[in-house]
Design a protein around this ligand. Structure first.
Ligand SMILES: *[C@@H]1O[C@H](CO)[C@@H](O)[C@H](O)[C@H]1NC(C)=O
Ligand SMILES: *[C@@H]1O[C@H](CO)[C@@H](O)[C@H](O)[C@H]1NC(C)=O
Ligand SMILES: *[C@@H]1O[C@H](CO)[C@@H](O)[C@H](O)[C@H]1NC(C)=O
Ligand SMILES: *[C@@H]1O[C@H](CO)[C@@H](O)[C@H](O)[C@H]1NC(C)=O
Ligand SMILES: *[C@@H]1O[C@H](CO)[C@@H](O)[C@H](O)[C@H]1NC(C)=O
Ligand SMILES: *[C@@H]1O[C@H](CO)[C@@H](O)[C@H](O)[C@H]1NC(C)=O
Ligand SMILES: *[C@@H]1O[C@H](CO)[C@@H](O)[C@H](O)[C@H]1NC(C)=O
Ligand SMILES: *[C@@H]1O[C@H](CO)[C@@H](O)[C@H](O)[C@H]1NC(C)=O
Length: 673
C-alpha cells in the first residue's frame, strides 16, 4: 500500500510562497511542504511520509490520482526524522537533501562526480516523471532520476547498463509497503554470456525473462524496446497510448508487475504479474530439467536426459535434476538435434554467443564441437529470420516450455534418442489416430494398475486369509524395491510394509473401502504422517507372477504426468500385492457429471479444463511418455479429480504397452469401454 495522502501539503502550498513550477534553480531551495509539478501536473516532487510513519522521504509520485503512488524515492535508505529537511544545490552543483537548514553534510546527493559550473543549472521534473539536472540554456543534462530507479519503471525509462561509464539501471524492491528502503529483490539485465533480464532474490536468480530474440523476450510478452549495441544493453517500456497511466514494478515479495490506473474504478489494475506458475521460478526442474507450464509438477528431463534421483522425483523433489541417460559421452556417429518449440531457452549467461552466423552454421558449429549440447538462434530479424548463434557447453538450467510464445531450442542427442524423437515428431496426429484405432491390437499385455493375475501361485501360499490380525513385526522387508535395469542402472520405488498399510486402512476395514475395481478392492488409508493414500489390493487369483508384477510396477512408476494418478509405492508380502497411490478427495468425474445436483457445480470453463487435462494425459500415454501405452478403459469413473479439480487418469488394469515404433495393432478380444 503505497498510499499517501497529500492533501495536507496541497493546503500548505496555498499558504506558503512555494515553487509551483517544474524547476528548482541553483539558488532556490525547497522546504518540507514545497512541491514542484511536472508540466501538465502529472507528477509531483517533494517530501512525503508513508502511512502512520513520521519519517520523511523525498520522492516523485503521481499528482493527479487519488490513490497516491510513489514511483521514485531519493533518500530511500536515509529518511529524515522530522519536517525540517531541505533540498538545495551544493556548491559543486549537486542537488542535495539536508536534514535541516544548518547541516552541511547532505543525507543524499545526486553525486555527479565533476563539479558543475553552469550558473543556469536547474533541476526539472519532466512530463514523464523524470527529475533531470540540466543547464536551462543549453539543455545539457548532467543527471536524471531515470538513471537511478527505485522499484518502479515508468514508460520510456530504461533498464540495463551502459558499456562505458558503468551505469547500471536496476529496480530494487522496497523493504515493505511502509518502508521504501532497499529490499531483497532486484531486477537487472545480467551481462554475462548473452544479456537477459533476471529478477534476483538477494544474489540468487528468482525469475528469468529469457533472452531477447528481436521480437520480444522469449519468455514474457510485453511492449518493450531492446537495445544491444556497443554503447549499452537496455530495455525500455513502451506505451502505445500516452494517456494510459501505467508502471512496472518489483514488489516487496518478489513479483514483477505491470499495473495500469483505472480512472473509472479509481484504482490500480494488475495487468500481469510474474512469477505466476512453478515453471517460472528459476531452475525449478534442476539441471537439464524441462518444465511444462500446464502443471506445477510437470518436470521432465530434456531429450537424452533422465532424472538423477528418480525416487526424489516421485516425491516431487526435482532439485537433483537430470543427467545423461546414456553414460557414454556425446560426439559419436550420426548424432543430431531434437527441436523443442516454444521454449524459454536455457540460462544464456553460460552460453557462447556469435551474432554473425546463421542458424544453419550454428548447427554445424555445435555438431563439430564435442562439448556443445544445444544451440538456438540469438535474435530475429525480418520475417522468420532467425539470426545469430547461442551454444551451450555444459548443464542447461531453467528451460521451460510455453503454450504459444518462446523460441526453438535444438538439443543434441545420440542416434538412438534421435530415432525415438523422429518417430514421435513426424507422424504427429495420424499416429495418435492409428493408436486409438489400434485399440484392438496386441503385443504384450500390460496390466498396469489394478491387474492381478497370479499365473504361478507361490508354493509359500499357505491359504492365509487377509486381513485377520497381523502378528506384529513379522513383515520386515527392505525399504525399497530395487529393480535392476539394463546397463546396471536401478529404478527405485518405495516399498511399504504390510503392517503400515494394514494400520493405515484399519486392517482393510469395510468403511475404508472406496470401491471395487476390475482386479480388486480399493481402500482409503491414512499414513502415520497424516498423508492420505489409496491402496489397490490385487485379488489373489489374478494369475500374475512376481516377475510380471515387478515389471508392471517398474513400468508405471516411470509414468509421470500431472494428469495421471500418481503411484507412491507398492507392497509385496506373503501372497499380497498392493499398489499405493495418492488419494484424491474429489472422487471421480462420473460422480459429478451424472448427478443432477453435483452437475451444477461444474461450470463450463472448469469442464473445458478437465477435458484438456484428460487429453494431455492421454497424449502423454500415447506419444510423450517413454512407453507407449493405450489405456483401453477410459471413462468418467476412471478419471479422478484432485482438490483443485485437476483430472487424473486412473485404473490402468486393461492398459496395453506398445512397441516404441508400433503405430497399429490387432486383437480378437474386445475389452473395456
Ligand atoms: C533519526 O533518528 C535516529 C534515531 O534517533 C538517528 O539514528 C538518525 O541519525 C536520525 N536521522 C536524522 C536524519 O537525523
Ligand atoms: C558517490 O559516488 C561515489 C563514486 O562515484 C561513491 O563511492 C559514493 O558512495 C557515492 N555516494 C553516494 C551518497 O551515493
Ligand atoms: C550474471 O549471472 C552470472 C551467472 O549466473 C553471475 O555469476 C553473475 O554474478 C551475474 N551478474 C550480475 C551483475 O548479477
Ligand atoms: C506482490 O505481488 C503479488 C502478486 O501480485 C501479491 O500476491 C503480493 O501480495 C504482493 N506483495 C505485496 C507486499 O504487495
Ligand atoms: C548407449 O549408447 C550405446 C552406444 O551407441 C548404445 O549401444 C546403447 O544402446 C545406448 N544405450 C541406451 C540406453 O540408449
Ligand atoms: C560478420 O561476417 C561477415 C562476413 O562473413 C564479415 O564481413 C564481418 O566482418 C563479420 N562481422 C563481425 C562483427 O565479425
Ligand atoms: C567448443 O566450444 C567452446 C565454447 O565456445 C570453446 O571454448 C572450445 O574451444 C570449442 N572446442 C573446439 C574443439 O572447437
Ligand atoms: C530424423 O529426421 C530428420 C529430418 O526429419 C532426418 O534428417 C534424420 O536423418 C532423421 N534421423 C534418424 C536417425 O532417423
Amino acid at each position: 500500500m503505497k498510499i499517501v495522502f497529500f492533501n495536507f501539503f496541497f493546503f500548505f502550498c496555498l499558504l506558503q510562497p512555494c515553487i509551483c513550477d517544474d524547476t528548482i534553480t541553483r539558488t532556490q531551495s525547497m522546504r518540507d511542504g514545497d512541491l514542484i509539478f511536472s508540466e501538465g501536473k502529472t507528477f509531483a516532487f517533494g517530501f512525503f511520509s508513508l502511512g502512520v510513519s513520521k519519517l520523511r522521504y523525498v520522492g516523485i509520485w503521481y499528482a493527479q490520482i487519488s490513490e497516491q503512488t510513489v514511483v521514485w524515492v531519493a533518500n530511500r535508505d536515509r529518511p529524515m526524522n522530522d519536517t525540517s529537511g531541505v533540498i538545495r544545490f551544493s556548491s559543486r552543483g549537486n542537488l542535495c537533501i539536508y536534514a535541516s537548514v544548518n547541516t552541511r553534510k547532505p543525507l543524499w546527493s545526486t553525486n555527479v562526480s565533476d563539479s558543475i559550473v553552469e550558473p543556469t543549472l536547474v533541476a526539472r521534473l519532466s512530463t514523464l516523471g523524470n527529475l533531470v539536472l540540466l543547464d536551462s540554456v543549453t539543455e545539457k543534462g548532467f543527471w536524471e532520476s531515470f538513471d537511478h530507479p527505485t522499484d518502479s519503471s515508468l514508460p520510456f525509462m530504461r533498464l540495463g547498463f551502459t558499456r562505458k561509464d558503468g551505469l547500471d539501471r536496476i529496480l530494487t524492491s522496497w523493504k515493505s509497503p511502509g518502508d521504501p528502503g532497499s529490499g531483497t529483490f532486484t531486477l537487472r539485465i545480467n551481462r554475462t554470456g548473452f544479456p537477459q533480464l533476471i529478477l534476483y532474490k538477494g544474489l540468487i536468480p528468482w525469475w528469468r525473462t529469457g533472452s531477447w530474440t528481436g521480437l520480444r523476450w522469449s519468455g514474457a510478452v510485453f511492449q518493450i524496446l531492446f537495445v544491444n549495441n556497443q554503447d549499452e544493453v537496455s530495455m525500455t517500456n513502451r506505451v502505445m497510448d500516452a494517456s494510459v497511466i501505467t508502471r512496472m514494478m518489483v514488489n516487496e515479495t518478489g513479483y514483477m508487475q505491470r499495473l495500469t490506473w483505472s480512472a473509472g474504478e479509481k484504482r490500480w489494475n494488475l495487468f500481469w504479474s510474474i512469477p505466476k506458475e512453478e515453471c517460472d521460478y528459476y531452475a525449478h526442474c534442476g539441471l537439464n530439467g524441462y518444465c511444462h507450464p500446464a502443471s506445477s509438477e510437470a518436470c521432465t528431463c530434456l531429450p537424452g536426459f533422465e532424472p538423477k534421483r528418480p525416487r526424489d522425483w516421485l516425491l516431487r523433489d526435482y532439485t537433483g535434476g537430470c543427467s545423461r541417460n546414456n553414460k557414454t559421452s556425446l560426439c559419436r556417429e550420426k548424432e543430431g538435434f531434437v527441436k523443442l518449440t516454444h521454449t524459454k531457452i536455457p540460462d544464456t549467461s553460460i552460453a557462447s554467443v556469435d551474432l554473425n552466423i546463421t542458424l544453419k552454421e550454428c548447427e554445424q558449429r555445435c555438431l563439430l564441437n564435442c562439448s556443445c549440447v544445444a544451440y538456438a538462434s540469438a535474435y530475429h530479424e525480418g520475417v522468420g529470420g532467425e539470426k545469430g548463434c547461442l551454444t551451450w557447453h555444459g548443464d542447461m538450467l531453467d528451460t521451460r516450455s510455453f503454450l504459444d510464445s518462446g523460441q526453438d531450442l535444438y538439443i543434441r542427442v545420440d542416434r538412438e534418442e534421435l530415432e525415438r524423437w523422429n518417430k514421435t515428431g513426424s507422424l504427429g496426429k495420424r499416429r495418435v489416430i492409428f493408436i486409438v484405432i489400434g485399440l484392438t491390437a496386441a503385443l504384450m499385455l500390460l496390466a498396469v494398475i489394478s491387474l492381478c493375475f497370479v499365473r504361478k501361485r507361490r508354493k509359500s501360499n499357505r491359504h492365509r486369509r487377509f486381513p485377520t490380525t497381523l502378528p506384529p513385526g513379522s513383515f520386515n522387508i527392505s525399504d525399497t524395491l530395487r529393480f535392476e535395469e539394463d546397463q546396471g542402472r536401478e529404478w527405485e520405488l518405495p516399498l511399504f510394509e504390510l503392517n503400515t498399510i494394514a494400520t493405515a486402512t484399519n486392517n482393510f476395514a469395510f468403511r475404508n473401502k472406496l470401491g471395487e475395481g476390475g482386479f480388486g478392492p480399493v481402500y482409503k488409508g491414512v499414513l502415520e504422517n497424516g498423508m492420505e493414500i489409496a491402496v489397490k489390493r490385487l485379488s489373489k487369483n489374478s494369475g500374475q507372477g512376481m516377475e510380471e508384477f515387478k515389471n508392471e510396477v517398474k513400468l508405471i512408476s516411470k509414468l509421470q504426468h500431472r494428469n495421471l494418478v500418481r503411484m507412491l509405492g507398492c507392497c509385496v508380502e506373503l501372497e499380497e500385492k498392493m499398489l499405493v497411490y495418492e488419494y484424491l478427495p474429489n472422487k471421480s468425474l462420473d460422480y459429478f457429471i451424472f448427478d443432477e445436483e453435483q452437475r451444477a457445480e461444474l461450470a463450463w470453463p472448469k469442464r473445458m479444463e478437465i477435458i484438456c487435462g484428460i487429453a494431455r494425459g492421454i497424449l502423454y500415454l500415447h506419444q510423450d511418455s517413454r512407453l507407449r501405452i493405450i489405456h483401453r478403459d477410459l471413462k468418467a469413473s476412471n478419471v479422478l479429480l484432485d482438490n483443485e479439480m485437476i483430472p487424473k487418469i486412473a485404473d490402468f488394469g486393461m492398459a496395453r504397452i506398445f512397441g516404441g515404433n508400433q503405430i497399429r495393432g490387432c486383437t480378437n478380444r474386445v475389452v473395456g469401454t
